[in-house]
Design a protein around this ligand. Sequence first.
Ligand code: ZN
Length: 290
Amino acid sequence: MGSGIELATYPGLDERISVLRLGTTVDAIFVRTARFDVLIDTLDTPETCREAMELVGAERGGRPLVVVNSHMDWDHFWGNAAVAGRAAIVAHEAARERFRNGSVHEVLRRKAAEDARFGAVELHPPTLFFSDRIGLDGGDLTLELLHTPGHAPDHVVVWIPELRTCLAVDAVENPIPKVWSDDPADLASLVASLHRIRRLGAQHLVLAHGQTDAPSTMDRNLAYFEALAERVGALGAAPSVAPDDALPDGLRLTDFVEGIDALPDAARRFYERFHRANLAATIRSVHGRR
Ligand SMILES: [Zn+2]
Protein backbone atom coordinates (compact mmCIF):
# COMPACT_ATOMS: atom_id res chain seq x y z
CA MET A 1 0.00 0.00 0.00
CA GLY A 2 1.54 3.26 -0.75
CA SER A 3 0.24 6.61 0.21
CA GLY A 4 3.90 7.60 0.56
CA ILE A 5 3.69 8.39 4.24
CA GLU A 6 6.98 8.15 6.14
CA LEU A 7 8.45 8.94 9.53
CA ALA A 8 10.71 11.95 9.88
CA THR A 9 12.34 13.95 12.67
CA TYR A 10 14.74 16.85 13.22
CA PRO A 11 18.10 16.92 14.98
CA GLY A 12 17.52 17.35 18.72
CA LEU A 13 13.76 16.93 18.53
CA ASP A 14 12.51 14.81 21.44
CA GLU A 15 12.01 11.13 20.65
CA ARG A 16 8.42 11.26 21.88
CA ILE A 17 7.58 13.43 18.88
CA SER A 18 7.29 11.83 15.42
CA VAL A 19 6.79 13.71 12.19
CA LEU A 20 4.43 11.87 9.84
CA ARG A 21 5.45 13.09 6.43
CA LEU A 22 3.23 12.82 3.36
CA GLY A 23 5.78 13.76 0.71
CA THR A 24 5.84 17.51 0.19
CA THR A 25 2.07 17.74 0.80
CA VAL A 26 1.88 17.97 4.56
CA ASP A 27 3.37 16.79 7.86
CA ALA A 28 1.21 15.56 10.73
CA ILE A 29 2.66 15.02 14.20
CA PHE A 30 2.38 12.15 16.67
CA VAL A 31 3.28 12.69 20.34
CA ARG A 32 3.59 9.85 22.83
CA THR A 33 3.03 10.97 26.42
CA ALA A 34 3.06 8.82 29.57
CA ARG A 35 -0.73 8.79 29.73
CA PHE A 36 -1.92 8.88 26.13
CA ASP A 37 -0.95 9.35 22.50
CA VAL A 38 -1.78 12.54 20.65
CA LEU A 39 -2.16 12.83 16.89
CA ILE A 40 -2.03 16.39 15.61
CA ASP A 41 -3.82 16.36 12.25
CA THR A 42 -5.11 13.37 10.33
CA LEU A 43 -3.59 14.05 6.91
CA ASP A 44 -5.45 14.00 3.61
CA THR A 45 -7.38 10.70 3.60
CA PRO A 46 -8.47 8.07 6.15
CA GLU A 47 -6.22 5.57 4.38
CA THR A 48 -3.14 7.77 4.77
CA CYS A 49 -4.06 8.38 8.39
CA ARG A 50 -4.39 4.64 9.08
CA GLU A 51 -1.00 3.98 7.52
CA ALA A 52 0.52 6.78 9.59
CA MET A 53 -0.93 5.33 12.79
CA GLU A 54 0.53 1.95 11.88
CA LEU A 55 3.94 3.51 11.28
CA VAL A 56 4.07 4.85 14.84
CA GLY A 57 2.57 1.69 16.31
CA ALA A 58 -0.59 3.46 17.47
CA GLU A 59 -2.78 0.74 16.03
CA ARG A 60 -1.35 -1.70 18.55
CA GLY A 61 -1.31 -1.75 22.35
CA GLY A 62 -4.64 -0.04 22.89
CA ARG A 63 -3.18 3.17 24.32
CA PRO A 64 -5.65 6.05 24.77
CA LEU A 65 -5.60 8.44 21.85
CA VAL A 66 -6.45 12.14 21.61
CA VAL A 67 -6.66 13.73 18.17
CA VAL A 68 -6.22 17.42 17.42
CA ASN A 69 -7.45 19.08 14.22
CA SER A 70 -5.26 22.15 13.78
CA HIS A 71 -7.81 23.64 11.38
CA MET A 72 -10.38 22.60 8.79
CA ASP A 73 -8.14 22.68 5.71
CA TRP A 74 -8.33 19.48 3.68
CA ASP A 75 -4.74 18.35 4.14
CA HIS A 76 -5.10 18.51 7.94
CA PHE A 77 -8.35 16.73 8.79
CA TRP A 78 -9.68 14.63 5.91
CA GLY A 79 -8.27 11.50 7.63
CA ASN A 80 -10.63 11.92 10.60
CA ALA A 81 -12.69 8.86 9.61
CA ALA A 82 -9.69 6.70 10.58
CA VAL A 83 -9.93 7.82 14.23
CA ALA A 84 -13.57 8.91 14.65
CA GLY A 85 -15.32 6.84 17.29
CA ARG A 86 -12.13 5.80 19.09
CA ALA A 87 -10.74 9.19 20.09
CA ALA A 88 -11.94 12.65 21.00
CA ILE A 89 -11.11 15.02 18.15
CA VAL A 90 -10.22 18.42 19.61
CA ALA A 91 -10.48 21.65 17.64
CA HIS A 92 -11.15 25.34 18.10
CA GLU A 93 -14.83 26.26 18.24
CA ALA A 94 -14.53 28.17 14.95
CA ALA A 95 -13.85 24.80 13.30
CA ARG A 96 -17.45 23.90 14.02
CA GLU A 97 -18.71 26.75 11.89
CA ARG A 98 -16.25 25.94 9.11
CA PHE A 99 -17.42 22.34 9.08
CA ARG A 100 -21.07 23.37 9.10
CA ASN A 101 -21.04 26.14 6.55
CA GLY A 102 -20.41 23.76 3.69
CA SER A 103 -17.23 25.11 2.11
CA VAL A 104 -15.15 22.16 3.35
CA HIS A 105 -17.63 19.80 1.71
CA GLU A 106 -17.45 21.83 -1.48
CA VAL A 107 -13.64 21.42 -1.52
CA LEU A 108 -14.10 17.65 -1.16
CA ARG A 109 -16.52 17.53 -4.12
CA ARG A 110 -14.04 19.46 -6.24
CA LYS A 111 -10.98 17.42 -5.28
CA ALA A 112 -12.81 14.07 -5.53
CA ALA A 113 -13.76 14.98 -9.11
CA GLU A 114 -10.08 15.62 -9.90
CA ASP A 115 -8.45 12.73 -8.06
CA ALA A 116 -9.90 9.25 -7.39
CA ARG A 117 -7.86 9.02 -4.18
CA PHE A 118 -10.36 11.38 -2.56
CA GLY A 119 -13.44 9.55 -3.85
CA ALA A 120 -13.90 7.48 -0.69
CA VAL A 121 -13.19 10.28 1.80
CA GLU A 122 -15.98 10.78 4.32
CA LEU A 123 -15.69 13.94 6.35
CA HIS A 124 -15.95 13.63 10.14
CA PRO A 125 -16.15 16.73 12.32
CA PRO A 126 -14.16 17.37 15.49
CA THR A 127 -15.99 16.39 18.69
CA LEU A 128 -14.48 18.55 21.45
CA PHE A 129 -14.17 22.33 21.20
CA PHE A 130 -12.37 25.09 23.09
CA SER A 131 -12.10 28.86 22.71
CA ASP A 132 -8.71 30.39 23.57
CA ARG A 133 -6.59 27.57 25.00
CA ILE A 134 -6.86 24.09 26.42
CA GLY A 135 -4.23 21.91 28.12
CA LEU A 136 -3.73 18.17 27.74
CA ASP A 137 -1.80 16.76 30.70
CA GLY A 138 0.04 13.68 29.53
CA GLY A 139 1.93 13.25 32.82
CA ASP A 140 5.43 13.77 31.48
CA LEU A 141 4.42 16.27 28.82
CA THR A 142 1.82 19.02 28.64
CA LEU A 143 0.27 19.92 25.30
CA GLU A 144 -1.18 23.41 25.28
CA LEU A 145 -3.47 24.13 22.36
CA LEU A 146 -3.45 27.84 21.55
CA HIS A 147 -5.86 29.62 19.26
CA THR A 148 -3.73 31.29 16.58
CA PRO A 149 -6.11 32.63 13.90
CA GLY A 150 -5.09 34.47 10.73
CA HIS A 151 -4.18 31.68 8.33
CA ALA A 152 -7.62 30.29 9.20
CA PRO A 153 -10.15 31.47 11.79
CA ASP A 154 -9.99 28.12 13.60
CA HIS A 155 -6.21 27.62 13.51
CA VAL A 156 -4.49 26.25 16.61
CA VAL A 157 -0.86 25.51 17.43
CA VAL A 158 0.39 23.08 20.06
CA TRP A 159 2.97 24.19 22.63
CA ILE A 160 4.86 21.62 24.65
CA PRO A 161 6.62 23.68 27.36
CA GLU A 162 8.70 20.80 28.79
CA LEU A 163 10.38 20.39 25.39
CA ARG A 164 10.29 24.05 24.34
CA THR A 165 8.67 22.75 21.19
CA CYS A 166 5.87 24.42 19.25
CA LEU A 167 3.92 22.54 16.60
CA ALA A 168 3.08 25.63 14.55
CA VAL A 169 1.26 23.82 11.71
CA ASP A 170 0.31 26.57 9.15
CA ALA A 171 0.60 29.68 11.35
CA VAL A 172 4.26 29.78 10.35
CA GLU A 173 5.29 28.64 6.92
CA ASN A 174 8.46 28.34 4.90
CA PRO A 175 8.83 30.59 2.90
CA ILE A 176 5.61 32.49 3.81
CA PRO A 177 2.23 31.74 5.40
CA LYS A 178 -1.06 32.73 3.79
CA VAL A 179 -3.69 35.00 5.27
CA TRP A 180 -7.32 33.78 5.35
CA SER A 181 -8.83 36.67 3.36
CA ASP A 182 -8.14 40.25 2.33
CA ASP A 183 -9.97 41.48 5.44
CA PRO A 184 -7.44 43.57 7.39
CA ALA A 185 -8.67 41.88 10.59
CA ASP A 186 -7.40 38.52 9.33
CA LEU A 187 -4.01 40.01 8.51
CA ALA A 188 -3.84 41.58 11.97
CA SER A 189 -4.76 38.18 13.48
CA LEU A 190 -2.05 36.39 11.55
CA VAL A 191 0.63 38.85 12.66
CA ALA A 192 -0.67 38.75 16.26
CA SER A 193 -0.53 34.94 16.14
CA LEU A 194 3.08 35.09 14.95
CA HIS A 195 3.87 37.37 17.91
CA ARG A 196 2.04 35.01 20.27
CA ILE A 197 4.16 32.13 18.98
CA ARG A 198 7.34 34.20 19.23
CA ARG A 199 6.66 34.92 22.91
CA LEU A 200 6.70 31.17 23.61
CA GLY A 201 10.45 31.12 22.96
CA ALA A 202 10.40 27.76 21.17
CA GLN A 203 13.66 25.97 20.42
CA HIS A 204 11.90 23.73 17.93
CA LEU A 205 9.22 25.26 15.72
CA VAL A 206 7.77 22.39 13.75
CA LEU A 207 5.81 23.32 10.62
CA ALA A 208 3.27 21.36 8.58
CA HIS A 209 4.71 22.59 5.27
CA GLY A 210 8.32 23.37 4.43
CA GLN A 211 9.99 20.61 6.44
CA THR A 212 11.80 22.59 9.08
CA ASP A 213 11.81 23.13 12.85
CA ALA A 214 13.95 26.28 12.80
CA PRO A 215 12.45 29.12 14.89
CA SER A 216 14.11 31.55 12.46
CA THR A 217 11.31 30.79 9.96
CA MET A 218 8.93 32.67 12.26
CA ASP A 219 11.27 35.67 12.43
CA ARG A 220 11.47 35.70 8.64
CA ASN A 221 7.66 35.48 8.37
CA LEU A 222 7.30 38.45 10.73
CA ALA A 223 9.94 40.44 8.87
CA TYR A 224 8.11 39.70 5.61
CA PHE A 225 4.79 41.09 6.89
CA GLU A 226 6.54 44.12 8.37
CA ALA A 227 8.31 44.83 5.08
CA LEU A 228 5.05 44.39 3.17
CA ALA A 229 3.25 46.92 5.38
CA GLU A 230 6.15 49.35 5.14
CA ARG A 231 6.49 49.18 1.37
CA VAL A 232 2.76 49.39 0.71
CA GLY A 233 2.53 52.25 3.21
CA ALA A 234 5.22 54.17 1.34
CA LEU A 235 3.09 54.16 -1.84
CA GLY A 236 0.88 57.17 -2.35
CA ALA A 237 -2.00 55.08 -3.65
CA ALA A 238 -3.09 51.46 -3.61
CA PRO A 239 -1.42 49.47 -6.45
CA SER A 240 -3.43 46.99 -8.51
CA VAL A 241 -2.94 43.35 -7.65
CA ALA A 242 -5.60 41.91 -9.96
CA PRO A 243 -4.86 38.20 -10.57
CA ASP A 244 -3.83 38.69 -14.20
CA ASP A 245 -1.65 41.76 -13.68
CA ALA A 246 2.08 41.42 -13.13
CA LEU A 247 2.95 42.82 -9.72
CA PRO A 248 4.71 46.18 -9.73
CA ASP A 249 8.45 46.30 -9.20
CA GLY A 250 9.33 46.19 -5.53
CA LEU A 251 6.15 44.32 -4.60
CA ARG A 252 6.98 40.92 -6.01
CA LEU A 253 7.57 37.97 -3.70
CA THR A 254 11.21 37.85 -4.81
CA ASP A 255 11.56 41.44 -3.56
CA PHE A 256 10.77 40.26 -0.02
CA VAL A 257 11.98 36.68 0.33
CA GLU A 258 15.24 35.10 -0.81
CA GLY A 259 15.43 31.74 -2.54
CA ILE A 260 12.08 31.91 -4.35
CA ASP A 261 13.69 31.46 -7.78
CA ALA A 262 15.31 28.24 -6.55
CA LEU A 263 11.92 26.64 -5.81
CA PRO A 264 10.38 24.16 -8.25
CA ASP A 265 7.93 25.93 -10.62
CA ALA A 266 4.78 24.58 -8.97
CA ALA A 267 5.95 25.60 -5.49
CA ARG A 268 6.97 29.04 -6.73
CA ARG A 269 3.54 29.65 -8.29
CA PHE A 270 1.88 28.32 -5.12
CA TYR A 271 3.70 30.78 -2.87
CA GLU A 272 3.23 33.61 -5.35
CA ARG A 273 -0.51 33.08 -4.86
CA PHE A 274 0.02 33.26 -1.09
CA HIS A 275 1.96 36.48 -1.56
CA ARG A 276 -0.78 38.06 -3.70
CA ALA A 277 -3.33 37.25 -0.98
CA ASN A 278 -1.08 38.73 1.71
CA LEU A 279 -0.42 41.77 -0.43
CA ALA A 280 -4.14 42.34 -1.09
CA ALA A 281 -4.85 42.22 2.66
CA THR A 282 -1.96 44.59 3.33
CA ILE A 283 -3.19 47.08 0.72
CA ARG A 284 -6.68 47.07 2.23
CA SER A 285 -5.20 47.43 5.67
CA VAL A 286 -3.07 50.43 4.65
CA HIS A 287 -5.21 52.13 2.02
CA GLY A 288 -8.71 50.90 2.84
CA ARG A 289 -11.08 49.24 0.41
CA ARG A 290 -10.83 50.52 -3.14
ZN1 ZN B 1 -1.88 23.23 5.39
